[in-house]
Write a protein that binds this ligand. Structure first.
Ligand code: MN
Length: 733
């Protein structure tokens, strides 16, 4: 591959004749004539006829030994954009492939590039490749950009900067990616001249200054090496390797070094016939000069991602300065310089001249070459990434602000919306594509400018959205929305049901929805919070009635007691009035209430003078107990207490039963003495029972009739005076 910066049509014919068939050459000449006619009235900024530009682009492509369609595409790349010629015209005049290539280049020209952040730059690159569809479109575009950079001086300074920046960020990395280092380096060096002219010219100057010295030194090394290589019969082409301005500049900036600190300015390249010779040459170099540690790289065994292969080493050269050496075969060199285009030329041009293959067949061939050449991990990754980029399953679209968003192909505006933000997705009501309203299931195309319309009043996603969206991100957000929305609905529904059930129990929900009550219910049914509880009722995991019952448990119990009491009291009252006739005067009166039915409790048998309480029984009126009676000591009993008082003359005739228990040493005549004593007190006995245990302890139970407590006290004192009596107590039943 020869190189020339200023091709004539004769150059192109001569150069393409080296690898293309006569038919192909007449095909590209037709393309040239057609382009010349189409652009005949046009001139470039430099004042030259416009056709000069397409000729240079085609020339660069010939230099890469591209196929006839690509070169024709180079001649014709601007006719659709800048003249009246249509794609149909091209298809008719040439063929579908050429029309497609020109269409691709035209479309790439329309991508508006705005430098923003790294991520955006990467996405732009991807979009670029994805839009190209055919890798040859990118090669034409690179050739186009290269010639435009060569002639950039004719543009105004502002445009120079924009173009140079775009070149550094998009085009040079693309060239690198495809392994076309000749184009990459030239693009970078030229761009630097416009981006940082001061540094550019300074480096140029410094390099010039040292050139003679450097060239002399390099020659010395080459002479020495070729003598030694000849001795072992290795054929080698050696040259001082030109250093690229941009890489020197980058090292100075990134590593903050001075120009003379960048030692690999001294570099030679050795090109040999075989891989075996590469390693042999390396051995000789390392024997002659001391290698610098950590500087040896074997890119033959481990090719770079873009398939670059070579041996790299740095040695301490004859003058004690570091000397960088690259060793590779001819074929490796071709790939190093021309990358993907080298593979193209090799298969297409030199061996399959008559091949009329489709692009995909060509790519398959390309892949085969790679597969055959190396099975290293890196290379495979490269093919994978290339595949993804080229036939991608991705589509690249713009936000209205010019950010590029990457989505799987087949994506719709909703995928885009959810990729931007979940809330935007959920509130989407429509989409404008390139300024025009489109349906939400519109399939996005590379380069579309997508504007999502949202509304605060949107009802949120619909079930259909799950069908039309393409990304799992959008689908999962939509599902999440439904789940959440349903939960919210369920909470509202559940709350409503629970409150209704509470009201049905005649209770104000506010009175029972207290933290303590809720906590009891949470614990009982394993809810973590109120929302969970209501949601469960909402989706009918539990009935609202059950929750209401549990919530109102306490309040209902209290209410019930109150009601019972009221009922009992009213029963008692009404009972008295109805059954006055049966009333037997107990001698006890309920304070403040007349004629209540009152009975004396049988358990403790109160007598006038005892402290007493009234207890409202369920349905049996009020019973009167001694206030120390164990039967009325509970809290529950206390709630049913009624104040009562003795309502009789304490010295009156009315008599009351009292049970006494007398303990004594058992002896003959004891019982008689007790009965006699009671009798002496003018007290009637209604019941007597006596027994004695093994220890001769006698227990005598007697029931006597008493007027009041002082009467009782006297009787008890009298019994106590009997010999052998230990104790006299009032008993309870
Ligand atoms: Mn152009």
């Amino acid at each position: 591959m020869a190189k020339d910066d200023n091709y004539t049509i004769e150059d192109i014919n001569r150069l393409s004749g080296e690898y293309l068939s006569d038919g192909d050459i007449s095909f590209i000449n037709r393309a040239y004539e057609f382009a010349k006619e189409a652009h005949k009235e046009q001139y470039r900024k430099s004042g030259e006829p416009y056709i000069i530009h397409p000729i240079q682009v085609a020339g660069i492509l010939v230099d890469l030994e591209m196929d006839a369609e690509t070169i024709a595409g180079g001649f014709l790349h601007d006719v659709v954009e800048d003249t009246n010629v249509t794609l149909e015209d091209l298809e008719e005049e040439f063929n579908h492939e050429v029309a497609m290539l020109v269409d691709g280049v035209t479309k790439l020209g329309k991508i508006k590039y705005k430098s923003k952040q790294d991520l955006q730059v990467e996405n732009h690159r991807k979009m670029f490749v994805a839009m190209a569809k055919d890798i040859r479109v990118i090669l034409i575009k690179l050739a186009d950009r290269l010639h435009n950079m060569r002639t950039l001086k004719h543009l105004p300074p502002e445009k120079q900067r924009i173009k140079a920046n775009e070149t550094i960020e998009i085009f040079a990395p693309l060239a690198h990616r495809l392994g076309i280092s000749t184009i990459k380096w030239e693009l970078e060096d030229t761009a630097l001249r416009y981006l940082n002219p001061q540094q550019y010219y300074r480096i140029v100057h410094l390099m010039k200054q040292k050139r003679e010295e450097r060239e002399y030194y390099i020659q010395e090394v080459i002479d020495e090496l070729s003598k030694q290589l000849k001795e072992v019969n290795i054929e080698a082409e050696m040259s001082g390797r030109p250093k690229h301005l941009y890489s020197i500049y980058q090292k100075m900036v990134k590593q903050n070094k001075q120009f003379n600190e960048i030692y690999d300015l001294l570099a030679i390249r050795i090109i040999v016939d075989s891989i075996k010779d590469c390693y042999a040459a390396l051995g000789i170099i390392h024997t002659n000069w001391k290698p610098m540690p950590g500087r040896f790289k074997d890119y033959i065994a481990m090719p770079k991602q873009n398939l670059y292969q070579s041996l790299h080493t740095t040695v301490i050269g004859p003058k004690g300065d570091p000397l960088e050496v690259q060793i590779r075969t001819k074929e490796m060199h071709e790939i190093a310089e021309y990358g993907i285009a080298a593979h193209w030329a090799y298969k297409e041009g030199k061996q399959l001249k008559s091949g009329n293959k489709t692009f995909e067949e060509k790519l398959t061939l390309f892949r085969e070459i790679l597969d055959w050449q190396s099975d290293t991990h890196d290379a495979e990754e490269f093919i994978e990434s290339l595949k993804v980029d080229l036939f991608s399953d991705m589509v690249y679209v713009f936000t209205p602000k010019g950010d590029v968003i990457e989505l799987p192909s087949g994506s719709v505006p909703l995928d885009f919306a959810y990729k931007i933000h979940t809330e935007i997705g959920n509130k989407t009501v429509g989409a404008k594509i390139n300024g025009k309203m489109e349906p939400l299931d519109y399939k996005l195309k590379n380069g579309d400018i997508v504007e999502v319309m949202t509304s605060k009043h949107s009802y949120g996603p619909s079930q259909d959205w799950l069908k039309i969206t393409q990304t799992s991100q959008a689908k999962s957000k939509i599902k999440q929305f439904f789940k959440k929305q349903r939960k919210e609905e369920n909470i509202l529904k559940g709350k409503e049901v629970v409150e209704k059930e509470i009201r049905a129990l005649n209770i104000n929900p506010k009175d029972v929805l207290t933290p303590e009550n809720l906590q009891r219910v949470f614990e009982r049914f394993n809810f973590t919070n109120e929302e969970d509880m209501y949601a469960a009722v909402g989706y009918q995991g539990i009935t609202g009635a059950l929750i209401a019952t549990r919530l109102t448990e306490k309040i209902r119990e209290a209410k019930q007691k109150e009601q019972d009491l009221e009922q009992s009291l009213s029963e008692v009252k009404s009972g008295v009035r109805d059954k006055k006739a049966h009333k037997r005067d107990s001698g006890v009166r309920v304070k403040g209430v007349d004629n209540l039915l009152v009975r004396l409790a049988k358990c403790c048998n109160p007598v006038p003078g005892d402290e007493i309480v009234g207890y409202i029984t369920k349905g049996r009126g009020v019973s009167v107990h001694r206030s120390d009676c164990p039967n009325v000591q509970t809290e529950e009993a206390r709630q049913r207490f009624l104040q009562v008082e003795w309502a009789i003359d304490q010295n009156g005739e009315k008599q009351y039963h009292v049970d006494l228990e007398v303990s004594a040493y058992d002896r003959r005549g004891l019982l008689n003495e007790v009965l006699q004593a009671v009798n002496e007190m003018k007290t009637n006995i209604t019941h007597v029972n006596g027994r004695s245990d093994r220890n001769k302890i006698a227990i005598i139970q007697i029931t006597i009739l008493i007027h009041n407590t002082s009467h009782l006290r006297k009787v008890v004192e009298r019994i106590k005076r009997i010999k052998d009596v230990y104790s006299v107590t009032r008993t309870l039943h």
